[in-house]
Design a binder for this molecule. Structure first.
Ligand code: SAM
Length: 254
């Protein structure tokens, strides 16, 4: 089976485990339902707050402008939506879409508490089959989400479909670290520190073991770029942040 084009009758990976394709969505669902209430705290703890800088850079370089309609897929607790809302302004809109009700609830409560209501909508959606018409958005963002989607090719095709001509897809995701020293440190942090932090803070070591493993199974920079091109994106470019711990992929619909 192609790793990125699962057949429902076949198996795929859930972290380092092989599971039936039909099971993966449920297992990912359990992970995010389990960690939802501690998700934001864990992000700060495990990245020493650096995820905030990655996300700010992602939004700042997104090219999103006043008046744009943006879909933030796998938007979870709303970090990206919160950054994009002031950029689209009163004439634009942001749809925060996520498959998981618990994550969406956390996001909605947090954004409501921050008084961010105008121009924001929520949708419980699967990135693989979006319920939006063709050409409905100027930009589609997905941050730390694509890794969790079973059929990434289907999700990329859907992102392409719902974009208007001239619109762009922006993907922020963990990627491949090449520098051997950084890789050693990063592996230690991922496999020795993360599950312990997960156990201490979220009472769930397993979900953070999955996080570390899922990052290693995710397509690297060049593979994801090629997948975006196959899905129909043009002028695809890649920028590494923090030595490739994460990367931003950007592609246009022409
Ligand atoms: N974008 C947020 C951020 O950067 O903090 C949340 C990222 S969180 C690591 C991954 C999110 O992807 C979860 O909220 C999860 O529910 C969502 N997700 C997983 N599979 C999905 C799918 N097939 N369609 C839409 N969302 C999905």
């Amino acid at each position: 089976m192609s790793e990125t084009n699962p057949n429902p009758a076949d198996t795929t990976h859930f972290g380092y485990r092989d599971v039936p394709v039909a099971e993966k969505e449920k297992l990912v669902g359990k992970v995010f339902t389990s960690v939802a209430s501690k998700y934001d705290l864990m992000n700060d703890a495990m990245s020493f707050g650096v995820h905030r800088l990655w996300k700010r850079w992602f939004a700042a370089t997104s090219g999103v402008r006043a008046g744009d309609a943006v879909l933030d897929l796998a938007g979870g607790t709303g970090d990206i939506a919160a950054l994009l809302l002031p950029m689209v302004g009163a004439s634009g809109r942001v749809v925060l879409g996520d498959i998981n009700a618990a994550m969406l609830r956390e996001g909605r409560d947090r954004l409501l508490n921050e008084g961010r209501v105008r121009g924001l909508a929520y949708a419980q959606v699967n990135a693989q089959a979006l319920p939006f018409p063709d050409a409905s958005f100027d930009a589609v963002t997905i941050a730390f989400g694509l890794r969790n989607v079973t059929d990434k090719d289907a999700a990329l095709r859907e992102m392409q479909r719902v974009l208007r001509v001239g619109g762009r897809a922006l993907i922020l995701e963990f990627s491949a670290v090449r520098d051997p020293l950084l890789k050693k440190l990063y592996d230690f942090h991922s496999f020795q520190v993360l599950p312990r932090l997960g156990s201490l803070i979220a009472g769930d070591a397993e979900s953070y073991q999955y996080l570390a493993e899922s990052i290693r199974k995710h397509p690297d920079q060049a593979t994801l770029k090629a997948m975006m091109e196959t899905a129909g994106f043009a002028r695809v470019d890649v920028r590494n942040l923090t030595g490739g711990i994460v990367a931003i992929h950007r592609g246009y619909k022409i």
